[in-house]
Design a protein around this ligand. Structure first.
Ligand code: DGL
Length: 251
């Protein structure tokens, strides 16, 4: 049994690194669909097909659990695959298989509200709104998954998304800091202009951006907390495996 980790390219390696630390004995297979990378500007139906094929390849390789270490894939396809494809696929292969994403763990970390917890709506006035900036691919931003799911869990957090159209492709191509810095700075400035001030906290909502987290840190006001998606995901998977030992990988 192994855990599959999937991304369009190298971004998911940031999640892989955290997973290896959290699950030292686990067998993990990483699949980067670099032939079709980047996903972030593609139409939704194409992304669904590519992610489904990627999951099938990982299941064929002996994985029982696949982690979509790609916000774009998770935002656009996860619910759809879980509802319409996985049940039939499980019946066909005759074993339990599952696909999980990294957006749920990130939202749990951002709001402090567990996925199955009810939000307690407060009647008292919110003293200070927590402005959360999310940098992502255009497909993730268009899905509005962060906005919708965070709004369900916290009325004290306001989400502002900044789609970064070229960044994943540039990182995948190995462009250096000198080329990437002005792009990151421009996105941070655009977001701050739209909000009217810089965000209080930020999420790098594309796993590729974690590779250049230092550039985001430098462009944001000093000390702006970045919610660390790889660690949030690895911790959530650790908890999931305790609840679902049938997916524990290793050996
Ligand atoms: N690493 C990806 C993400 O988290 C995908 C980037 C892309 O392929 O556009 O969104």
């Amino acid at each position: 049994m192994a855990i599959g980790v999937f991304d369009s390219g190298i971004g998911g390696l940031t999640a892989l690194q955290a997973l290896v630390r959290a699950l030292p004995g686990a067998d993990i297979v990483y699949l980067a669909d670099q032939a079709n990378s980047p996903y972030g500007g593609r139409p939704g139906e194409e992304i669904v097909e590519l992610v489904r094929e990627g999951c099938e390849r990982l299941f064929d390789r002996g994985c029982d659990l696949v982690i979509l270490a790609c916000n774009t894939a998770a935002a656009v396809t996860l619910r759809r695959l879980q509802q319409t494809w996985l049940p039939g696929y499980r019946a066909r292969v005759g074993r339990p298989v599952n696909v999980l994403g990294l957006i749920v763990p990130t939202i749990e970390a951002a709001t402090g509200v567990a996925w199955n917890e009810e939000l307690e709506r407060r009647d008292d006035k919110i003293e200070k709104l927590d402005i959360l900036g999310i940098f992502s691919t255009p497909a993730t931003a268009t899905s509005r998954v962060y906005d919708i799911e965070i709004a369900k869990r916290s009325d004290a957090v306001a989400v502002f998304s900044e789609p970064c159209a070229t960044l994943a492709r540039q990182i995948e191509a190995g462009e250096d800091d000198a080329a990437l810095r002005p792009v990151v700075e421009a996105h941070v400035a655009t977001l701050a202009r739209r909000i009217g001030r810089p965000p209080d906290r930020a999420i790098l909502g594309c796993t590729h951006y974690e590779i250049i987290a230092n550039l985001f840190r430098a462009a944001l006001p000093p000390g702006t907390p970045l919610i660390h998606q790889p660690d949030a995901t690895a911790e959530a998977i650790q908890r999931y495996l305790v609840r679902h030992p049938e997916y524990a990988a290793g050996g």
